[in-house]
Design a protein. Structure first.
Length: 353
């Protein structure tokens, strides 16, 4: 497909912006994170997380031993794990910029994309949003930040993110199944088998849903009110301009998920745990898989509990499993709270100047 076609579709889709309601919807920023945090839904999700955390850690054999192991960790290894974690944001930033350009958000069409550092900050802010509000609203926040930065369509940016999510999910499940076969063979623990099955079902539903949406999108567009049809066209453009040529993004997703396993491997190493890389990979990926349904913000409580249950299934002592889960979540959750809050405050100050 030529580069002219996406621009022509965007021009057609933009006709509906003459509708004041459509224009307001397209330009309206999402609610501030501060307001979202104080909403009943968010407070309830954090209450659920607190209950899960309390229940999980109340069942620890020796909390003092867990704390002793954490204090005795090799902090150079923990720092290495932290660097691996944030290096994935650089890969994600490069990949998203490639996706946006492929979808027509590029200099040839009059859009000035941020560089890798700017896109890195947008990604960290979106993950920070996912850490403080439920339902993965960070994806919508990421779309708004890129729209605010470049002037590109919110729906188009969101479409590239949905395509990115589907690619990541398919690669995640493929790697989970392959690493799970290496680690467990044909004797996976019951909950792990359920997670494998859940992942396959989600992939089938996701791929099937995208196929049906592509098949019937013209029919759906005709039936939508004028004020929504433009957004629908741009959303589909963002999704399917990526999924038509997904190969480089699939390869980048493989690197990102392998880095996920490397991070957990380094955390286990810092505590002297005997965990092979395939074992670290299957534990990290299964822990990521269970956050597909966002019960709590960024899976807080759920991920810790699952890791503390799963790690002993690959030979890690229970107390060490708890120490690994806590240290890993310090990296993947609490560090994002700190870094994201700094970036969020900086952005807020820039807006009010």
């Amino acid at each position: 497909m030529s580069d002219v076609a996406p621009l022509e579709r965007d021009q057609v889709a933009s006709v509906n912006t003459d509708d004041p309601h459509s224009r307001d919807t397209a330009n309206r920023p999402p609610d501030s994170l501060g307001r979202r945090v104080l909403q009943p839904r968010t407070l309830i999700s954090f209450a659920i997380a607190a209950f899960i955390v309390y229940f999980v850690f109340r069942r620890l054999d020796d909390p003092a031993e867990v704390w002793r192991q954490i204090r005795g960790a090799n902090w150079w290894m923990v720092i290495a794990a932290l660097l691996v974690f944030y290096s994935t944001f650089i890969i994600r930033a490069i990949r998203w910029l490639q996706m946006l350009r492929q979808a027509g958000v590029n200099e040839a069409h009059g859009y000035h994309l941020p560089g890798i550092p700017g896109t890195f900050c947008i990604l960290v802010l979106s993950w920070f949003a996912n850490c403080v509000v439920p339902a993965r609203l960070g994806d919508a926040y990421r779309s708004f930040l890129m729209k605010d930065r470049t002037g590109a369509s919110f729906g188009l940016c969101l479409g590239t993110i949905l395509a990115e999510r589907l690619i990541d999910l398919v690669v995640l499940v493929a790697l989970v199944l392959s690493s799970g076969a290496i680690v467990f063979g044909t004797h996976a623990p019951g909950r792990a088998e359920q997670a494998f099955l859940f992942g396959m079902i989600v992939v089938v539903l996701g791929v099937g849903g995208m196929f049906q949406q592509n098949r019937f999108r013209d029919h759906l567009e005709e039936r939508l009110p004028d004020r929504f049809s433009g957004h629908f066209v741009r959303l589909n453009r963002g999704i399917f301009d990526i999924l038509r040529r997904p190969t480089p993004f699939v390869l980048e997703s493989v690197v990102i998920w392998l880095a996920d396993g490397l991070r957990l491997y380094l955390v286990a190493w810092s505590l002297g745990a005997h965990l092979s890389f395939p074992e670290a990979l299957v534990v990290s990926l299964l822990s990521a898989l269970i956050t597909v349904i966002p019960i709590t913000p960024a899976g807080i409580g759920v991920v810790e509990g699952f890791m503390i249950w799963l790690l002993p299934q690959v030979g890690v002592p229970h107390d060490t499993a708890a120490a690994i889960a806590i240290l890993d979540r310090v990296i993947t959750y609490w560090s994002l709270i700190v870094v994201g809050l700094v970036l969020y405050i900086r952005r807020f100050r820039n807006e009010v100047k």
